[in-house]
Design a binder for this molecule. Sequence first.
Ligand code: F3S
Length: 285
Amino acid sequence: MAEIRLAETAGFCFGVRRAVEKVYEEAGKAAGPVYTYGPVIHNEEVVRDLEKKGVRVLHSEEELKDLEEGTVIIRSHGVGKKIYDICAGKDKVRLVDATCPFVGKIHEIVRRESAEGRRILIIGDASHPEVQGIRGWSMDNTDIAASEEEIRGLGISPCNSLSVVAQTTYNSKKFIEVIDKLKNLVYDIRCFNTICNATQERQTEARNIASEADAVIVIGGKSSSNTRKLVEICREECDNVFFIQTAEDLKPLTLTSFDRIGITAGASTPQNIIEEVQNIVRSEF
Ligand code: F3S
């Protein structure tokens, strides 16, 4: 029988788990309709399951503006101040804030620094909802850049007073490099390393597990970029890496020849799928 090692960091991070639990909790107790502002996680099965429990997804600010009553849950990515203001203007709308506390901390930094009149630079992906939410806590003088090249295009001058934050999932090494360059350019700079290490820890553990395993199973959505990254890391360490979405995908696989099998999962893979996969692997291989 194979030795199975399941990554402790497989699946939801703290912030996502907390948000998903809040949505299930609200679905079970709220009297009126329950909405999430954007899908609570990028996992179709979870979103479908929540739909069955009556939870609907609001896709835009306009949909929120049209809403007359119900509970609106803010997901872990967080949102800009405007969304709180829209909800506050509606008597029959109750807001449940499941913003990850680490993201909430960035909102507070940006609000405070921006109120002091400082220019804000967010290092991250401008199209990501987390980054858009962060931007929504600053005054106008805010830039977003994902790379050194993009920063060069912003025209930041030595006399700017600049405060820099990062998207929580930004690469730590790249952030340090960018900050080093900026420190040479700007006299008055405040840097806040707001990167969350949940992603980093999941990747480091995946690498360790893969380096000691004969085969690794990575569970997650095909379109999930963080899961694909886990697959890539595991492939650097191990020749037999299987990328599956659900326990169903285990069927065609023959794992009997492996003595040590590692299992990990992307950030939006629910615990029940991880457990199901683990149980099948433990009982059949
Ligand atoms: Fe997750 Fe919150 Fe970090 S959502 S990745 S624990 S910032």
